[in-house]
Design a binder for this molecule. Structure first.
Ligand code: ATP
Ligand code: MG
Length: 404
């Protein structure tokens, strides 16, 4: 039996031998170096570089326990799911995801393109960088990947096979708890907010029974609605970007769920970037330009999603009943309502829950942070409670602006 025929948690000094044994990627005279570059909570990410010829690849390796050593055990099958989803999405929207060179279900390790010429979008937004084509690019990614995997387009038996392959119980449990439960009741007692915000959250979130009821409805929508193969974690930390294009990565939360989930994450994290800029960007022309661009992304992510969805639906629809006049509009309305409500859940959970975003934690002055977080909670509540009346980008933006 070879060294890599039975799973163990690899470290930096195992990686060269592993790559050379499993893959013919590097030249024979390669001089390989390895660095662990992971900064997430779940997995180990290694860059393997040929110092002589310049080539490099990324290895993503899953441990049985999370990298954050949280004591939480998460099924290592997430590595297979991530690799397969990236390969599938490369067919639906070529060039918008990192290329996967292979994955190994024994060692729970995938090998992919090194996106060293891109920057993780969260970091870029924290520096107030502007990407004029972002809304157009991310809606192309979403519409192509999501619509193609629905019963509208895909053979229904084939779709059910995909539902089966991507049942993702451990990662879905995380979402069910952290996005749809804990933010509304602090059931596990692990939520955290700055002291200055505590009373507000008790009253405006935990004690709001109408809000809790709407969140409960949405939780069951998430668990019971196998609509499309969603990314499941499409925030700005899952997007590599540069001036020319973007690559969506880290789809380990993928499963068959409501497609509004992905759009919701895009919009919610642009809202976090907006409040980060409101709090910390120096007043002046650059701030105005950044704010205008963020507003345009909030509006256009929704409107371009709708436009592209409408067009692609007509081109791709195969189901005879889905061609019935009025059905497309009914279906798309539902997606946008879902997106509004889910964006609300995402906004609240990043303020009160355990998994924070740097956009807010970088605001070191607690009073300033609390002021932004109160506004975010107001926006979120309106998104959740009025979601069935929200159907355009302008309405999303209107709610944000009303609460500034
Ligand atoms: N293909 C790639 N090319 C270059 N760098 C990468 C690549 N994939 C991941 N990275 C780097 O590794 C970091 C962690 O990757 P990733 O977010 O996929 O890990 P994770 O453990 O799933 O994180 P999380 O806990 O956020 O889910 C990224 O933020 C990025 O800096
Ligand atoms: Mg991840």
């Amino acid at each position: 039996m070879g060294r890599f025929d039975r799973y163990f948690l690899m470290e930096c000094n195992d990686i060269v031998e592993y790559v050379l044994q499993k893959y013919e990627i590097f030249a024979e005279d390669a001089e390989l170096s390895v660095e662990e570059i992971g900064d997430g909570n779940l997995n180990y990410v290694f860059r393997v570089q040929d110092e002589k010829n310049g080539a490099s690849v990324i290895l993503k390796h899953s441990g049985i326990e999370t990298r954050a050593k949280s004591g939480r055990h998460v099924d290592t099958d997430r590595n297979r799911i991530e690799a397969e989803i990236l390969m599938l999405q490369d067919k639906y929207v070529s060039g918008y995801v990192p290329r996967v060179y292979g994955y190994d279900p024994v060692m729970c390790c995938m090998v992919m393109e090194d996106l060293k010429n891109y920057e993780v979008m969260r970091g870029a937004l924290l520096k107030f960088s502007i990407y004029p084509f972002f809304a157009d690019q991310i809606t192309t990614y979403m519409v192509n990947c999501l619509l193609a995997t629905t019963d509208i387009v895909m053979d229904h038996k084939e779709k059910k096979q995909l539902v089966k392959s991507y049942v993702n119980p451990d990662l879905c449990t995380i979402t069910e708890q952290l996005v749809y439960s804990e933010p509304f009741g602090n059931f596990a007692g692990k939520n955290y907010v700055v002291d200055e915000l505590k009373d507000y959250v008790e009253k405006e979130v935990y004690a709001d029974q109408d809000l809790k009821l709407e969140a409960a409805k949405m939780k069951f929508g998430f668990m019971e609605h196998a609509q499309a193969l969603i990314h499941g974690d499409l925030h700005s930390g899952s997007i590599f970007i540069n001036s020319k294009g973007l690559k969506v990565f880290d789809p380990e939360f993928a499963f068959y769920g409501p497609m509004g989930y992905d759009l919701a994450n895009v919009v919610a994290h642009m809202i976090f970037a907006k409040f980060h800029s409101i709090a910390l960007q120096k007043e002046g022309r650059d701030k105005e330009k950044f704010q205008e661009w963020i507003d345009s992304v909030i509006r256009e992510s929704v409107d371009l999603f709708k436009d592209k969805f409408t067009k692609r639906y007509d081109e791709l629809c195969t189901d005879c009943m889905a061609k019935t006049e009025g059905f497309k509009e009914y279906y798309l309305e539902g997606v946008i309502h879902d997106a509004a409500g889910i964006a609300g859940c995402e906004l609240i959970r990043r303020v009160v829950g355990v998994a924070k975003v740097k956009d807010l934690t970088e605001i070191k002055d607690n009073i300033l942070r609390m002021e932004q977080e109160k506004k975010i909670i107001s926006i979120a509540k309106e998104f959740i409670k009025n979601r069935e009346k929200i159907s355009s980008g302008q309405q999303f933006l209107g709610i944000v602006k009303k609460n500034l």
